[in-house]
Design a protein around this ligand. Sequence first.
Ligand code: NAD
Length: 368
Amino acid sequence: MTSHYIDSFADELGPEKIIHIYDPASGLKAIVVLDNLSLGPAIGGCRMAADVTTREVFRLARAMTLKNAINFLPYGGGKSAILCDPRSADRDRLIQAFAQAIQNLTEYIPGPDMGTDEQTMATIKEITGRAVGLPRHLGGLPLDELGTTGFGVAVAADVASQKLGLPLKGARVTIQGFGNVGKAAARFLAERGAKIIAVSDSQGAVFNPEGLALEPLLAAVGRGKKVAESGAGQPLERDALVGLETDIFIPAARPDVVTIRNQDQLKATLVLEGANIPITHEAARLLHQRGVMVVPDVIANGGGVTCAASELEGLSEEDTFHRIRTNITRNTEELFDRLRREQRPPHEIAQQMASERIEDAMAARASG
Ligand code: NAD
């Protein structure tokens, strides 16, 4: 039993603030969680959905604390939610009311998330002076258009390929989820000579053991076609993709797609987590035991958050790609080095790498 509400969340890292906002005039209901601010002000998405809970916002804020820290970014972790259906007629009014409500919360820098977009961030920036993920004409670096997360996945592949003795040229790659992350990962890996043998979306999958013709596939998807009807290969049942013989598997769709129920189907040598938490911790432990190498989400998909931070700092596209390459290379190398020494699952090691960086910053902050 906990005596106070905050006790049900609090641990050695945070959260520093949990804020519930209600504005009777506009009807705005919102939640902001600022988790750990030792490394700097919190960057984290602002989600718009009717059913988000305080616990969920806290968990997402914690994930940002760890992701910012492990990616060497001078920012803490935070997250917010505007409690409303994103299709609501009140949308614009609620976004404005939210921006006014967080105007003095200067330790929080919002970014886009589910249900919000660049235009939302433009509105918030106009009112508060703070936001990332802005439209290009306002100095934004459009991370999905640039494909920075997929680029980072390919950089993690570069390091893993060397460490595992798995050449990317000719490597078979299977990608679950062919949205912003999946498409960009496919492009950057194809540039390295890898063969994209199968991709899926929410409706189905497409497969060619000799490699899918990527440009026609991207063009078909760009015209709104589902991957299975793109004509790029033979259609496949969506979830059968997990069991294909492949060298590299990239989950880039949803959380918890690989669990203890299906992890034994996975035949890849290397898994690069493009999505957030696509593999449950229990499944990740079993994959580790049977020698499947997983580069965890906080490392492999760090290109997105690094792009957001770079936008805030006014970096050019070129410098942003350079920063992503440097940081993901360093993290993936450290992950492999520690794995050799520590024999623990990669997710535990990645968590430890992030925690150590935060603890160092907390100690420095405490000593003034
Ligand atoms: P997106 O909406 O552009 O694409 C998601 C894709 O997954 C779509 O093709 C969709 O049809 C497919 N999909 C949905 N359910 C599926 C299922 N059950 N099986 C197979 N495919 C399915 O999203 P995105 O921006 O590419 O993000 C993908 C994941 O990566 C999310 O978990 C997101 O949180 C995470 N992520 C994204 C970024 C980024 O820069 N966009 C950065 C870090 C992490």
